[in-house]
Design a protein around this ligand. Structure first.
Ligand code: NI
Length: 173
């Protein structure tokens, strides 16, 4: 089921999310809905708070090459266990901040530990777009958006645009 994606500013996007204590059928369904919502958007990552659920759950699939098999990843309670000193810059966007992009510097490589859909623990090192995306999504679980890395003027400008977009959308419904 495709779920509506919250648009910034929204208090649910600013919350520190709660750890997931058990991978119930309900959590499995939530992860499935999030993947469906992400692919439909389309996007390469989605965090539970973006659909109004303040739990530590993210999904991502950064395979962008045409013809390459998709690699949907579901991460419960993801944690960064190591980050490279080397940084990389990526022109980031966010499904909760439509059509706005800005360059953000982040560690170029990270190791992430998480619990999978099967309840097992995983740890993997990510580089390139995967590293950027997984850090962006984990930020969402801590109430942080990519615009929080920008200067106050740029952030305010984007927030005003989003407030206007939300007013326009509310009028259409
Ligand atoms: Ni985002």
């Amino acid at each position: 089921m495709i779920r509506p994606i919250l648009i910034h500013p929204d208090p649910r996007l600013k919350k520190i999310c709660d750890p997931v204590t058990g991978i119930s059928a309900e959590m499995g369904k939530l992860a499935e809905d999030m993947l469906e919502t992400m692919y439909d958007a389309p996007g390469i990552g989605l965090a539970a708070p973006q659909i109004g659920v303040t739990k530590r759950l993210i999904v991502l699939d950064c395979v962008k090459t045409e013809g390459e098999a998709p690699r949907p990843l579901v991460m419960f309670n993801p944690e960064i266990t190591w980050a490279s000193e080397e940084l990389s810059t990526y022109d980031e966007g966010c499904l909760s901040i439509p059509d706005q992009y800005a360059e953000v510097d982040r560690p170029a490589e990270v190791r992430v530990r998480w619990i999978g859909l099967d309840g097992k623990g995983y740890e993997e090192q990510f580089a390139g777009l995967w590293a950027t995306c997984v850090q962006h999504e984990i930020d969402h679980l801590n109430g942080k958006l990519f615009i929080d890395y920008l200067g106050p003027l740029k952030r305010q400008m984007i927030t005003r645009k989003m407030e206007k977009l939300k007013r326009e959308r509310a009028r259409q419904h």
